[in-house]
Design a protein around this ligand. Sequence first.
Ligand SMILES: [Zn+2]
Length: 353
Amino acid sequence: MSKPAKNGQPSPGRSKLAGLGLQLPPLPTTTVGSLPKQPDLLELRYKVAKGVQNKQELERKERLSTEIWIREQERTGLDILVDGEMHRSDLVNFFATSIGGFAPGGIVRSYGNRYYRKPIIKSKLEWKGPITVEMWRFAQRLTHRPVKAILTGPYTIMDWSFDEHYPSREAALADLTAIIRREVVALAEAGAKLIQIDEPALSSKPKEFPLIQSSLKEITAGLRCYFILHHCYGDVTPLWEKMQQLPVDNFHLEMTNSAFSLLPLMKKLPTTKDLCVGIIESHSHLIDTPREVHQRINSVIDFVAPGQLWFSPDCGLKTRTTEETIGKLRVLVAAVGKTRATLQGKKTSRISK
Ligand SMILES: [Zn+2]
């Protein structure tokens, strides 16, 4: 097993990125995935669902909105961009409507005041064709910066669905894993090098962790991609040690909301993975102050080697307004920029001594 990165040395993930031709700055910045949709896009989506508007107009608007967000992310100065999920409904339902065997279900609460439509597994689940490839390719063609491809993991899709077909959770997960594997292969063939798998259900049933581990093993096997695992709004403390065995390069974790409670454990059980840490509140309307964000970065750097670190908001930003989102992202980029300059200064003064 490789050792955690010491200050100044590239982490195993960094070396992998270099091998993939991706030269990122120190402390790369990114977002989790979703960005706010303009009201006219939401209205168009509603009209298409009601059958009073054709789909082509919606698709045109989704692409236009994607382009606007790509430009905004470039202007803000983020290093790894996202398509912003202008074409998606929610985390699970978007995939359920694209996978054969699901039927739409009722609306249920996921956490807090967040609701989603819980799909129903009616028959054997099947991959009908690429789900995320077209929008990823569209977004990547708009920019020279890397665009992450983002998928919901099979465990979360299974856990957040009603199952009326399979004899067990394992059986449903096996078919969903095969489907997401095909999607990941299609993304890799299209040229995606950074692939993020969202598994917010990861910590919900710790006893099922071995299922997630073998599912991720199957999904990532033999592919030359840098894999990011995103988890949020759940406690990974009991799983942290086992998580080190997962075949991914980067843990992308919400931390501001949970008051950085995982950091002491990271000191005790250091990871060899890169860590993308949430240093911006995703669920607050208030724009985090530069001072707050800078303090959060400093508290993380006390526990994790900077060579392993990336920074991001805690989770998706689709529930924020456009102005709040841009405000939050600007603070993120500025605070990270300040830290980069400080670290660079320390390095230079060490060399000149
Ligand atoms: Zn999240």
